[in-house]
Design a protein around this ligand. Structure first.
Ligand SMILES: Nc1ncnc2c1ncn2[C@@H]1O[C@H](COP(=O)(O)OP(=O)(O)O)[C@@H](O)[C@H]1O
Ligand SMILES: [Mg+2]
Length: 273
């Protein structure tokens, strides 16, 4: 099982954008992929033009079987007719009731997200599950951390978002111990994406250096700020991924490269055991 959470304790840095593009990019690489939205705004599904539903709530609280709530994402949503993705993508959607999950979870539900991811993986024979997280720190988030094999951090090159990564790393250490003790599973940092970078002002250069010193080769190539990202997802009539909005753009290539990086990191994690 490969459950990969895309995270930062700060909002607006590009977690959802990167989650959706990595998940769809993996399907372009021929993988069978699950995408889990854990945010009550349901933006991951929205970006793929999928109907908004409380799928995660239904699985965790109503114990509905995953195959009843997972949505198959049609290839036209994330690839063109000339170049259809050879893989498959399923979405476990979230909507407004997601924020009630923590409140309505029973006492002994510590591993319910982990178990849901196991069911998702088995039922659809998934190569990887990408989890789009939200910036809160609720009981649901603890469950997500316990069910995560690898983290991808998304950050802007400013103090507040780097601080968000540092806080997320501290959480990782806490939950990694629990995962080892109760599940006998390691937790990995797969990569760090510096997003919305600009022609480096001095501040950004310095912050990039700090990230390089902390993460070394885990720091992937930065994703430059570009209006195309906003244009693609902000069209209310027809929100799209970069793979259909501007398939031959540099942004689409960058997105594909992120998915390749993610797959390489997942494979290396498997080799490490
Ligand atoms: N590289 C980028 N350049 C410009 N805008 C971006 C970039 N990445 C993301 N965005 C935009 O930033 C906004 C927030 O992104 P989102 O993925 O929703 O962040 P989060 O999930 O962390 O809250 C969206 O409007 C998105 O289109
Ligand atoms: Mg988001």
């Amino acid at each position: 099982m490969n459950v990969i959470s895309v995270t930062n304790r700060k909002g607006g840095v590009g977690k959802t954008t990167m989650s959706v593009h990595i998940a769809a990019g993996l399907a372009h690489g021929g993988m069978r992929v699950g995408l889990v939205d854990t945010d009550s705004q349901g933006h991951a599904g929205l970006m793929l033009g999928m109907p908004q539903q409380d799928g995660l709530y239904d699985v965790l609280i109503h114990k509905k079987p995953i195959e009843e709530v997972a949505q198959h994402v049609a290839k036209e949503r994330y690839s063109t007719k000339d170049n259809p993705a050879p893989g498959e993508l399923w979405l476990l959607p979230s909507y407004r009731q997601t924020f009630l999950i923590s409140h309505n979870l029973g006492e002994h539900e510590t591993f319910s997200f982990y178990e849901a991811m196991e069911a998702f993986t088995t039922r659809f024979q998934l190569d990887a599950v990408i989890v789009d997280t939200n910036p809160s720190l609720s009981k649901l988030d603890s469950l997500i951390w316990l069910g995560t094999d690898g983290f991808i951090y998304v950050t802007e090159l400013n103090r507040l978002s780097i601080d968000g990564v540092e806080q997320a790393l501290l959480e990782l250490q806490r939950f990694a111990q629990l995962r080892q003790r109760y599940l006998n599973r390691a937790t990995h940092v797969l990569g760090v994406i510096a997003n919305k970078t600009q022609k480096m002002p001095k501040l950004h250069r310095n912050n990039k250096k700090t990230l390089e010193e902390t993460f070394g080769r885990l720091l992937w190539e930065p994703v430059p700020r570009s209006i195309l990202w906003e244009e693609a997802c902000n069209d209310f009539e027809n929100p799209q991924t970069m793979y259909t909005y501007a398939p031959s753009s540099n942004e689409a290539k960058i997105a594909m490269k992120l998915a390749t990086n993610a797959w390489r990191a997942i494979t290396e994690k498997q080799d490490q055991g």
